[in-house]
Ligand binder design. Structure first.
Ligand SMILES: Cc1cc2nc3c(=O)[nH]c(=O)nc-3n(C[C@H](O)[C@H](O)[C@H](O)COP(=O)(O)OP(=O)(O)OC[C@H]3O[C@@H](n4cnc5c(N)ncnc54)[C@H](O)[C@@H]3O)c2cc1C
Length: 460
């Protein structure tokens, strides 16, 4: 789903001209950048705000910070889905190697513990319900991402933690007449490629999603939703069970990549040094600001989510939203307000709704300078439009998070550096990151193990 990238201005009044002007040339430039050596700076703690989302209550307990110098085979920077998945996959396939994660705050403090909970097939690059720039690989990417989401569910549930996966599909709800033909054409083209995508007419869309203004929908039976905080907990458990050591409250404040990679970590007011044979940059939207990595390509962008109080049985019946099917809309996409809203329903029938306008904060660091009350009003208005019976529903919490957009409009998964020991997986843009970050971790482990995968050639 192209949730955010086309957005051109923000709700907080700060405008930018959109990302349309940046293309392949920028990508080539970014690939030539030298590996960064970020100096130590006390100010860096200001990069990380606390995760104040609804999901935070489901995050696992926090591990101790680093308290000594260390030498490891693989140091993973960042404890979101990407870092946890990469560390898990590398350790699982290389049990004798020492693998450690260094997380600035707590695992799931970034987007992984704050997102909208939608689990989606496809990649950002492929555009979700459109044919993207890797069109020839559209079906292959779809198959790989569907396989990966099923594997993620199975592995996460094997820990005994139930991350509340509902993989009953996902929908693009169409409100703009101009998009109906495109939706129909996409479903047809996808079916020709053997993908199980359906186009729903007005009646079917309304009967499944309940929203009275719908003109149609594109339905993908693969996808769904998850409790993002519990998913972090399950991935942490998996990684630790495999033998990964996780240090929290351990921000990497400086690093230098030579034959060995040296990381400077400030923990408990003291500075420690970690030397690693390889490093994995799994810091996503934070990577440019906190590590100086891919700084010419990464654009951190703020986006928000809100959660309602649980719907009463009467409200739930009144809105006619079936099977807690997760979906997103096109109502304001391409308009002045350029905004897509995405929705899931939790097991206890709360609506988690996010999207709206996006704020680009290229010059202002990573902390959110906007007005969450204004965002909340925007979201409240949208809920009332989608489901008039919920016009007065209580919104319990609204929060902010950062997604990692790239000027190259590419996911960035690869290895770099003179000694080919700096691995990275960042830049899922606004879309499929929940599913894609887990797959990206597996792809990085394949790179590390010298294996091939067709997606590695596409996403770098
Ligand atoms: C509000 C919001 C809603 C979203 N909704 C959806 C959705 O519904 N569906 C979907 O598929 N995707 C969604 N996404 C995107 C998805 O959540 C992300 O793509 C995915 O979680 C990225 O995971 P990650 O591990 O790469 O990054 P993150 O989860 O951001 O993890 C990066 C981690 O690195 C740490 N870190 C950074 N710098 C350092 C350093 N120097 N030293 C140590 N640690 C460091 C950070 O503290 C952070 O914990 C959403 C994102 C946001 C923000």
């Amino acid at each position: 789903m192209r949730l955010f990238l086309e957005a051109k201005h923000d709700a907080g009044g700060k405008t930018r001209s959109g990302l349309g002007g940046f293309g392949r040339a920028t990508l080539s430039l970014a690939l030539l950048l030298p590996i960064a050596t970020a100096p130590l700076s006390a100010e860096k703690s200001e990069f990380y705000d606390d995760n104040d989302s609804y999901w935070a209550r489901f995050l696992p307990s926090v591990n101790p910070a680093l308290d000594k110098d260390l030498s490891v085979d693989v140091a993973v920077v960042g404890g979101g889905y990407t870092g946890l998945s990469t560390a898990y996959h590398i350790k699982k396939t290389n049990p004798r190697k020492t693998v450690a994660i260094f997380e600035a705050k707590r695992v799931g403090n970034g987007a992984s513990g704050r997102n909208g909970g939608l689990v989606l097939a496809q990649s950002y690059t492929e555009g979700g319900m459109t044919m993207g720039k890797n069109g020839a690989h559209h079906r292959e990417i779809y198959d790989a991402t569907v396989k990966s989401m099923k594997r993620l569910k199975e592995l996460a549930e094997s820990t005994g933690i139930d991350p509340e996966f509902t993989l009953n599909g996902q929908c693009l709800g169409i409100f703009s007449a101009g998009n109906l033909e495109a939706g129909r054409e996409y479903a047809e083209a996808a079916r020709k490629r053997g993908m199980p995508i359906e186009f729903w007419d007005r009646d079917k869309a309304r009967s499944m999603l309940g929203s009275p203004g719908l003109l149609g929908a594109v339905y993908d039976p693969n996808g769904g939703s998850v409790n993002s905080g519990k998913l972090v907990a399950a991935l942490k458990e998996l990684a630790e069970d495999a033998g990964v050591v996780i240090y929290e409250n351990s921000p990497v404040e400086g690093w230098e990549a030579n034959e060995t990679v040296t990381l400077s970590i400030l923990a408990g007011g003291k500075e420690f040094e970690v030397s690693a044979k390889s490093v994995v940059i799994a810091a996503n939207a934070y990577a440019a600001a906190t590590l100086g990595f891919l700084a010419k390509d990464i654009v951190p962008a703020h986006t928000q989510v809100a959660v309602t109080a649980p719907l009463t049985d009467a409200q739930y019946k009144a809105i006619g939203w079936k099977d807690c099917l997760s979906w997103y809309d096109d109502q304001y996409a391409g308009t002045d307000q350029d905004a897509t809203f995405h929705m899931m329903m939790t097991k206890d029938h709360r609506i988690l709704i996010g999207g709206g306008s996006v704020q680009y904060n290229e010059d202002d660091g990573l902390l959110y300078p906007g007005d969450l009350k204004a965002i909340e009003s925007q979201i409240r208005k949208r809920i009332g439009e989608l489901y008039p019976a919920l016009r007065n529903i209580r919104i319990e919490r609204t929060w902010d998070g950062i997604i990692c957009e790239t000027k190259s409009k590419n996911e960035r998964i690869g290895v770099t550096g003179k000694y080919r020991n700096v691995y990275y997986a960042v830049g899922y843009n606004g879309g499929q990151g929940v599913n894609m970050s887990f797959l990206a971790g597996e792809l990085v482990s394949k790179l590390y193990n010298g294996e091939k995968h067709f997606m590695l050639g596409l996403f770098n």
